[in-house]
Design a protein around this ligand. Structure first.
Ligand code: LP5
Ligand code: MN
Length: 246
């Protein structure tokens, strides 16, 4: 009996303003490829922005959670937080049947030792972002942010999204990609695994020679126009697949 495939996705940025992408994701969760998979890993930025688990009452969020819960009855679903949805917590996990994983996470996937991350920490040249990240990943900061009214949080997130888009215009493209030394140090300190991440939206695969060891790095694509997933087959091999958005 061949081993069931393992699927990985990231950077869907689901939001009510892009109903066609949400529909594509809901359709994907219903496909036999997902139903028959050994596991589905979501490597962050499932949502365009997550203001806190008290936003589970929202109709759009509810629909996504219900679909995940339904799918989780047949397929184990795991989630690593992205820079857009790191405020996802245990209430979301219970509502969606998704298991939250800390990053980086080292796992055996199809017989290959594999490190899973969102990928934002690899972009270490983006100092402004990394300082911001340090602030918002602090549990005290998160507690005080989550104590504010939901509407106020959403307004602050909207303002931050505008600022992020404006600042990205002035950032050289190179600093928004991974830093080679940070990738090398990450691979070295985890025993030269295969690395799979998202965040940069630069779908592709790369070979890094670290201390004479070849390490594959697979970068997941976003779901801006079409959907896509990475499939790990029974031999442990990775292949990209596209989900056309009709
Ligand atoms: O997301 P994207 O692709 O546009 O750009 C990211 C980095 N930007 C971000 C910010 C997110 O887009 C918005 C956050 C969404 C929800 C989080 C909820 C909780 C936090 C709410 C805080 C109010 O992650 C961008 C990178 C880019 O990836 C490429 O890697 O460059 O980084 C930035 O743009 C960050 C700026 O450079 C620095 C911003 C400093 C803001 C400090 C003010 C904080 C105010 C807090 C008020 C409570
Ligand atoms: Mn991201």
């Amino acid at each position: 009996m061949p081993q069931a495939p393992i699927l990985l996705i990231s950077d869907l940025h689901l939001c009510p303003q892009q109903p066609e992408i949400a529909a594509l994701f809901l359709g994907f969760l219903d496909q036999p490829i997902v139903k028959n998979a050994a596991a589905l890993y979501i490597l962050g930025d499932l949502f365009e922005a997550w203001a806190g688990d008290d936003d589970l009452a929202d109709t759009f969020n509810r629909r996504i959670c219900d679909a995940l819960l339904h799918c989780s009855a047949s397929t184990a679903i795991y989630f690593i937080a992205g820079n857009r949805d790191f405020l996802i917590g245990q209430d979301f996990a219970h509502a969606s049947g998704v298991q939250l994983l800390d990053e980086p996470r080292l796992l055996d996937l199809g017989g290959v030792t594999t490190l899973l991350m969102h990928g934002d920490t690899l972009c270490s040249d983006d100092r402004a972002y990394q300082d911001f990240r340090t602030m918002v990943r602090n549990p005290d900061w998160q507690r005080s942010f989550l104590a504010r009214p939901l509407a106020e949080r959403k307004a602050q997130i909207a303002a931050l999204r505008q600022r992020s888009e404006a600042e990205k215009q002035d950032k050289p493209a190179l600093i928004m990609d991974v830093n080679e030394n940070t990738v090398a140090n990450t691979l070295r300190s985890h025993g030269y695994p295969r690395l799979i991440h998202g965040h940069t939206h630069r779908q592709g695969s790369h070979t890094h020679w670290i201390d004479g060891q070849p390490c594959q790095r697979w970068v997941l694509g976003d779901w801006h126009h079409d959907g896509n997933y990475l499939l790990i087959d029974e031999h442990g091999h990775c292949q990209f697949h596209t989900l056309p958005c009709s």
